[in-house]
Design a protein around this ligand. Structure first.
Ligand code: HPA
Ligand SMILES: [Zn+2]
Length: 351
């Protein structure tokens, strides 16, 4: 377990989160409350009690096993205030973790597919994020993800429907998530072409979480995407890592997620030290904190437990997180100044 000094230091570091599915921050408590609010009867076999659900969350067999719960729980998100409450609760929770900037994923198809209007989803999320920004000073951006388990046509439609929110600046990026099995990146190349036509300023993709290094190669070199969500299997190909380092490809790593979804048996199997050695830039993220046993700081603490990095290494990780953010240069400068201040306050102190 992390000592007191390391915990205080890691909490104080200004942190940026780039891989957070807002639907994955739906805590069991809120899930049961929203079901009550809407008079919904939850499936007893999946949702009996909060402790039983939490126990189930500790025993996912793989990504698809988790996705069954992730996609079911969000049925309780119905009106604008539900989405606003969810986004606000996330920012409130991570404020105490020292988070200063959040780039938040959401899955529009998962909501429109069950009859929730896109405007309800986006307006609700924006409202909750704006309220949190004002209260906690955390800057935020929204990134839509299309889901790989539905068709290419469905993804195309979701991307085109987002156009007004891209034009207004409410949604700044496109990602792709959900089941990776049998879904190579190349299958979705046309969706990213459409996203470029629609004017999405930023592109990312979940890749190499369960899939092989060659799929990370496809994502970056064939689809022209320079941010990779997860991407841990890129570590199986040293030559690829060298190419990605040279290209400045940015990875959003989720160490606790990888353990819960059995990509690794423990955080110590994570390729983080190899990425550092190769000069790969990355951030540390929670993915779906309500399901994977921790928010952003918990991920930093787990990495420190596993590898015991020194302050200079942590500074580098935090600085890369700032530099890799999709925010203004002014915002990056402010976050960098805060990082410098924290490091100077910790000068001469052990962690
Ligand atoms: O880790 C993930 N991988 C793929 N899809 C997801 N949707 C939520 N979390 C994830
Ligand atoms: Zn994810």
């Amino acid at each position: 377990m992390c000592g007191e000094a390391a915990t205080a230091f890691l909490r104080a570091l200004p942190k940026c989160e780039h891989h957070l599915h807002i639907e994955g921050s739906l805590e069991p408590q809120m899930l049961f409350e929203l079901a009550d609010k809407h008079g919904m009867k939850l499936d007893e076999a999946m949702y009996s009690t909060i402790p039983a659900l939490e126990e189930r969350y500790r025993n996912f067999a793989n990504l698809d096993d988790f996705l069954a719960y992730f996609n079911k729980a969000m049925d309780v998100l119905i009106d604008e205030s539900d989405f606003a409450a969810l986004a606000h609760a996330y920012l409130k929770r991570v404020h105490s973790d020292g988070l200063v900037h959040a780039e938040v994923f959401f899955d529009p198809q998962a909501h429109t597919g069950r009859g929730i209007a896109l405007d309800v989803v986006v307006r609700g999320l924006k409202k909750g994020l704006a309220q949190g920004e004002e209260e906690f000073g955390i800057t935020t951006e929204l990134i839509m993800c299309f889901v790989k388990h539905l068709s290419v046509e469905s993804a195309q439609q979701a991307v085109v429907e987002m156009q007004p929110y891209v034009a207004s600046g409410d949604v700044i990026g496109l990602g792709a998530d959900s089941s990776e099995k049998d879904n190579p990146p190349s299958k979705f190349a046309s969706v990213y072409d459409t996203a470029r036509e629609v004017g999405f300023p930023r592109l990312t993709m979940h890749s190499g979480e369960e899939g092989p290094a060659s799929w990370v190669r496809q994502t970056v070199f064939d689809l022209g995407i320079n941010r990779v969500d997860h991407g841990v299997h890129a570590a199986d190909d040293d030559e690829l890592l060298d190419e990605l380092a040279a290209r400045g490809t940015f990875f959003t790593l989720c160490p606790l997620s990888n353990v819960r979804l059995r990509v690794h048996t423990s955080v110590s199997e994570s390729p983080i030290p190899k990425f550092l050695e190769k000069g790969i830039k990355f951030s540390l993220n929670s993915d779906d904190p309500a399901y994977f046993g921790g928010y952003v700081l918990d991920n930093y603490l787990a990495v420190h437990d596993a590898f015991g990095f020194d302050k200079a290494t942590w500074r580098r990780i935090a600085q890369n997180g700032i530099d890799g953010s999709w925010c203004s240069d002014e915002r990056k400068a402010a976050m960098s100044a805060r990082l410098d201040k924290v490091l100077s306050e910790w000068e001469g102190k052990e962690i």
